[in-house]
Design a protein around this ligand. Sequence first.
Ligand code: C5P
Length: 399
Amino acid sequence: MGILTNRRVLLGIGGSVAAYKGAEVVRLLKAAGARVRVVLTAGGARFITPLTLQALSGRPVHEDLLDPAAEAAMGHIELARWAELVLIAPASANLMGRLAAGLADDLLTTACLATAAPVMVAPAMNRHMWAAAATRANRHTLEQRGVILLGPDEGDQACGDSGPGRMVEPAELVATVARHFGGGPLAGLRVMVTAGPTREALDPVRYLSNRSSGRMGFAVAAAARRAGAEVVLVAGPVALATPPGVERVDTVSAADMLETVMSNLAGCDIFVAAAAVADYRPAQRRPDKIKKDAAIMELALERTPDILATVAMVEEGPFIVGFAAETRDLERHARDKLERKGPDLVAANLVGDKQGFDSDYNALTVYWRGGSRDLGRATKGELADGLITLIAERMIEQG
Ligand code: C5P
């Protein structure tokens, strides 16, 4: 999708176990369209080979400050000028100390001193080293100078400890880089969101529908807009204001919604099906109001078109996110939906009395083939931001 097309990123890899993840950072930056040059510190080179990084970046890896061939053309200055952004991932405690002290004792620290580009640092170290007073002071110094610290995350560490010190995951680092350049992780992308219920007419005055308020879908549309996307919101009948900057098309029935979605699909990069589309509709729409003559009335219902499944069948179609509202067996139903309908992600929530329909709160867990992420319980706005970030990460991951 190229959200980093032709951006020039200098990636520094320091001496930490997490250096092996540097390979993934290179791969994801390249997949997003960036041009990447890698500078490996001596410590970094003990954990990952230059050959791996060269193969992934498509360019020779830079290691030596005093390499006569490179320095004939003032290699360190040339690299520093070339970079639009310097990302150091992972940064060891030692590397942070050298940067904070302003040392220029290897190619990476020298390039950092020489560059006018912003510098982002993703620390990775044992939690006690991260908590040490010296590291805290170095971090403070770097931040004072405008260096952007990314993380670290908390969790299990290679040394067996658990706590803050893990390098932020590569996909998240690359999403942050994309945000830095584009003003949003979805800048330049077109997103379509369906939201709300549908109404299936029985006669001119009656219909079948459901309790969906449309709030989750509207929150997703607003979050996608905040993330820089162009957004079309295909809404069922709801009583909600259109989020700022979002184009809205109102629809009524499932058939109506399907037609609107299909006619707006060209050029769409992401499709989020948050609408609670009616599964059945009256087999016949009576032309006149039904009279209450019979003691018992039977209704014949037929299936409505499945909008998500129809979009999923389009060749070269968008990245697709479905929703699943369940009253039990959340994961099983969500994974079943992934296989049956073919979306890339399914955002699933347990619906009950306290959340889900007509509430500002929800709890979402997102599933994809081979993974999941629990976004926790939060406002629908916060969950929508989390979902959008995850969509951007998954798209980068899928290349
Ligand atoms: O199979 P189920 O209806 O539970 O799947 C829900 C997902 O499918 C939601 O993303 C919903 O918007 C979408 N859907 C659809 N068209 C239908 C039924 C559901 O797009 N007719």
